[in-house]
Every structure is written in structure tokens, then in C-alpha cells.
Design a protein around this ligand. Sequence first.
Ligand code: HEC
Length: 135
Amino acid sequence: MQSGKLKQKWSLVVPGIMMLMSAFLLEACNKEQHKHPELRAGKALYNYHCAACHKENGTGMFLKGIPANIATDKNQTEIILHIKKGSQSSKSQMPVFSDMPDGEAYKIANYLLQLKRDYMNNPENRDKYLLERKQ
Ligand code: HEC
């Protein structure tokens, strides 16, 4: 008799513990994505979060459908929104960085716009870019 009741108790406790554990694991995962206290500058943050797709120089990968950040028409606010809230297009292949602190998204957006300015200030690049746009 007693053991039957005991079993019933455990059948509630065990799943309860497992649920708690998986909640902690998920939490750890989320934090992990943003565990990079050594990265402070916009450049380091961009290289860490964005360059795998958009390349360190921001030229993207045309053949893989990854747009060049140096060719963006977006302003600072729009870039921050794109990072944290995702694209307007539901088919976007870009991850949404909803956990990213605002300050970090701000630094990344500024760095991205800096990359664009540097690229466009180089006359050689600018002409190449204008030519590509015309085609
Ligand atoms: C897994 C690959 C991947 C990663 C990582 C990634 N992106 Fe993207 N990004 C894309 C793709 C694909 C698109 C095109 C679809 C879209 O607009 O969402 C895109 C689009 C964009 C656009 C809009 C294009 C434009 O100029 O109109 C911006 C801005 C952008 N990414 C910035 C970033 C920044 C900043 C980061 C890092 C925080 C980042 N991306 C990380 C793949 C990626």
C-alpha cells in the first residue's frame, strides 16, 4: 500500500525535477550566446556575431544570398531593429538577436556604418559598387 503511494509521488517529482533542469539548461544556452565580456568594441562584436555571414569587410556573400552590409540603405535605427527584431520578410535566413543588449546592437550598427563609409570613401571601391548597381 505504502509503496504504491510513494511511487505516485515520485512520478510527479521526477518530471518536475527534469523540467527545472531543462529550464536551467535553456537559460545557460541563452547566456552562453552572450558570454563575451572581452568583446567591447564594435569591430570585435561585429566580427563575432555577423562576420561569419556578412564577412569581416561587410561585403557579404552574393552567391549565398547574404547582402553586403557596406551597400545597406538602412540608417542606424533600422540596422538595430533588423538585428534585434529580424527582417520584415518572414523568409529571412538571418538569425534574430533578440537577447542582444541595446548598447551592443548600437555599437555594431555604428561599426557597420563605419565600414560602409570607409568602403565608399575609397574611390576604387565606390566606382566598382556603382558599376555593380547599374547592372
Ligand atoms: C547566418 C547568417 C547571418 C548572420 C550571422 C547575420 N546575418 Fe545579417 N543577413 C543575413 C541574410 C541572409 C540577410 C538577408 C535577409 C534579410 O534581410 O534578413 C541579412 C540581412 C541583413 C541586413 C539587411 C540588409 C540591408 O542592408 O538591407 C542587415 C543590416 C544585416 N543583415 C546586418 C547584420 C548584422 C549587424 C549581423 C550581426 C549582428 C548579422 N546581420 C548577422 C544573414 C546573416
